[in-house]
Design a protein around this ligand. Sequence first.
Ligand SMILES: NC(=O)c1ccc[n+]([C@@H]2O[C@H](COP(=O)([O-])OP(=O)(O)OC[C@H]3O[C@@H](n4cnc5c(N)ncnc54)[C@H](OP(=O)(O)O)[C@@H]3O)[C@@H](O)[C@H]2O)c1
Length: 325
Amino acid sequence: MKAVLCKTFGLPETLVVEDVSSPVATQGKVVISVKACGVNFPDTLIIQGKYQIKPPMPFSPGGEVSGIIKEVGERVSHLKVGDKVFSLTGFGGFAEEVVADAKTTLRMPEGMDFITASSVMYTYGTSYHALKNRAVLQAGETLLVLGAAGGVGLAAVELGKIMGARVIAAASTDEKLELCKQYGASEVINYSTEDLRERIKQITAGKGVDVIYDPVGGAYTEPAFRSIAWKGRYLVVGFAAGDIPNLPLNLPLLKGASVVGVFWGAFASNEPQQSMQNFQELLGFIANGNLKPHVHAQYPLEQAPTALNEILNRKVMGKVVVSVQ
Ligand SMILES: NC(=O)c1ccc[n+]([C@@H]2O[C@H](COP(=O)([O-])OP(=O)(O)OC[C@H]3O[C@@H](n4cnc5c(N)ncnc54)[C@H](OP(=O)(O)O)[C@@H]3O)[C@@H](O)[C@H]2O)c1
């Protein structure tokens, strides 16, 4: 089978496509014939050796897939050969076949297509956990989303709207902000051309925002935190800008505010029942037509490096997907 391989840490150009032997389903595992693989920011980190997980070389990146079960290992009872599934693989998805843990593999709901199925777990899983379990976002509250047109950002915009919040989307281009409006933002801020703090002050009539969702970090974090409302919650989601910011601790003190860490992967393994409950609720929102991932572009397996570069170059709006024949 064909696989995109990382043989040495580096940028997407260093990846190669090669024929490798098919994986085997051991106990508790399944082999999936991949149809599509959703691309996420951590895929750009894992190939550079900058991610928490460092798989043994050579490996294929690609953390979430959809496809058809090809083989089932021992002690797997809820899946069978031929089932259409979606799965969190962590890595290995940029390939014609991948071995996955049966526990993180679910049957696709009736009527869902492979591209959508490859684009829902990671972004919606993260953002729902952040807003529901960590911020305990309430209807009527204001939610500011930074990097709002990116993968987890756009999911936070959609989910914030569903949860009844007033969503303020902040991103770097007017085109990205237009998409955020279509996905539920009632106000937008272009942080490349506008002053973030001034605009938040205007939009909230000086009150500040109740919940801030930050997957970007860098230079935006401190001005955003200075715009938080009394008893606000600041969700630390990621550092796409590259820098992990420092925050003066007098700021949470002055606002009675909380800095709240979000680590969805650890949540899913430490609290599997709560995580599965979240997935069931998310699948309900998708079935009702309230959630629909925006797929910006699809690339064939051989062009997986281009898909990764789209993320690194801040070009992606919503999701980019690698489709596999
Ligand atoms: N904590 C968790 O459990 C968890 C789970 C999933 C993801 N994450 C993290 O969340 C972050 C976003 O992931 P994602 O998959 O949504 O990524 P993404 O689709 O690439 O979105 C990231 C956004 O960050 C902004 N950005 C600012 N500077 C950037 C830079 N130098 N390079 C790339 N983007 C930059 C971009 O928006 P603008 O151009 O509008 O600024 C971009 O849309 C990553 O750091 C990821 O590791 C954390």
